[in-house]
Write a protein that binds this ligand. Structure first.
Ligand SMILES: Nc1ncnc2c1ncn2[C@@H]1O[C@H](COP(=O)(O)OP(=O)(O)OP(=O)(O)O)[C@@H](O)[C@H]1O
Length: 350
């Protein structure tokens, strides 16, 4: 299949008076698996639909390969889109559902059959070709919807929360299948999701959206390790945020919290900012005070199997702290005073 990159240049889109996309710029490489991640209402679907050609035309340019597709009808754009609802034709067999787009394109039957067989083979459901949609599970229906989309050989694949109607374990299985299929076809893919785990586990890179504005673009690791702002830090995983200020004298720098605690910062760490972000696994609970410790009291504990998650009240801020668990290890009981040793080398100052 042909791979095309997608460029989005200064795209604005309004519904009536409300501006929903506020100047979006993106450069998605050919063959990339790219995710749009963001909370409900952040504009992910609107952006995807603008690429597909559904809804009002935006201002700005959307290039698929080197064609600006703004103003072009959806069927001329050569994109394939899979929705949350599978929307298979209920009165048609699996084979006819998958072949529908090819029939519409007036392809002779003799050419349709092998293409449909190949697409069904790719999603592992060749043996169900003669079933009706109501004889399939949700996961199977979504695979058929995928086969129906790829059979017409689109240049880009757009997925709008395609796994949301499936139960949790099937979602995990399907996201792996989706990635395998994408890798096999090498098809430029955009996956819209509000689920950070889904975006993290599938995408090469992602854009985090909030309020119609891209907050950051990067690989899942880049966004987790070096978030550009507090929104991204909070949206990708759990973030403990302490307010305060950075003080530096000569080569040594420290973060002074609002409650007056001092956390020394490693050399080379960003030296301005009024927040320090600590991930739950970057804090160790101690019974004795030590260097770089904050004082707190355990307010809640949850046994998660490999880890124990503690909520610790430290000077009025509730901190989430994960400690790895192994059999026989002592727990900190609720109400215990503890010292939170912070690993500031993996902290982020914002
Ligand atoms: N046809 C429409 N008319 C008016 N407003 C709309 C329309 N479609 C979307 N909106 C508004 O645009 C904003 C962005 O919606 P969009 O569906 O793109 O968000 P989203 O990030 O995909 O959210 P979700 O995860 O809930 O689907 C929302 O405030 C929504 O109410």
């Amino acid at each position: 299949m042909t791979k095309a990159g997608i460029k989005i240049e200064d795209v604005h889109l309004s519904f009536g008076e409300t501006e929903v996309l506020k100047g979006v710029n993106l450069d998605i490489k050919p063959g990339e698996f790219f995710a749009f991640l963001g909370p409900s209402g952040s504009g992910k679907s609107t952006l995807l639909r603008a690429i597909a050609g559904f809804g009002p035309d935006p201002r700005g340019r959307i290039l698929i390969g080197d064609r600006n597709v703004v103003g072009q009808s959806p069927w001329k754009r050569n994109v394939g889109m899979v929705f949350q609802s599978y929307a298979l034709w209920p009165h048609m067999s699996v084979r006819d559902n998958v072949g529908f787009g090819l029939k519409e394109r007036k392809l002779p039957n003799a050419q349709i059959r092998p293409k449909v067989d190949a697409a069904l083979d790719l999603v592992g459901l060749a043996h169900l070709a003669d079933r009706m949609p109501n004889q399939l599970s949700g996961g199977q229906q979504q695979r058929i919807a995928l086969a129906r989309t790829i059979v017409v050989e689109p240049e880009v694949l757009l997925l709008d929360e395609p796994l949301s109607n499936l139960d949790a374990s099937l979602r995990v299985q399907m996201r792996r299948e989706l990635l395998n299929l994408q890798r096999k076809l090498g098809l430029t893919t955009i996956f819209v999701t509000h689920d950070q785990e889904e975006a993290n586990t599938t995408s090469d890179r992602m854009a985090v959206l909030d309020g119609g504005v891209i907050q950051q673009i990067g690989t899942p690791q880049e966004l987790y390790d070096t978030p550009a702002n507090l929104f991204v830090a909070n949206f990708l995983g759990t973030a403990n945020i302490l307010k305060g200020r950075v003080e530096a004298d000569g080569t040594a720098a420290r973060f002074v919290t609002e409650t007056g605690d001092h956390l020394s910062l490693p050399a080379g760490m960003r030296s301005s900012g009024s927040n320090i972000v600590l991930r739950p696994q970057n804090i160790t609970l101690l019974r004795e005070e030590g260097p770089n410790t904050l004082t707190g009291t355990i307010s809640h504990k949850e046994f998660l199997g490999s880890q124990i998650r503690y909520l610790v009240n430290a000077g009025g801020t509730e901190m989430v702290v994960d400690q790895s668990h192994s059999a026989g290890l002592d727990w900190f009981e609720t109400g215990t005073q503890v010292f939170l040793q912070t690993n500031t080398s993996s902290a982020i100052v914002l």
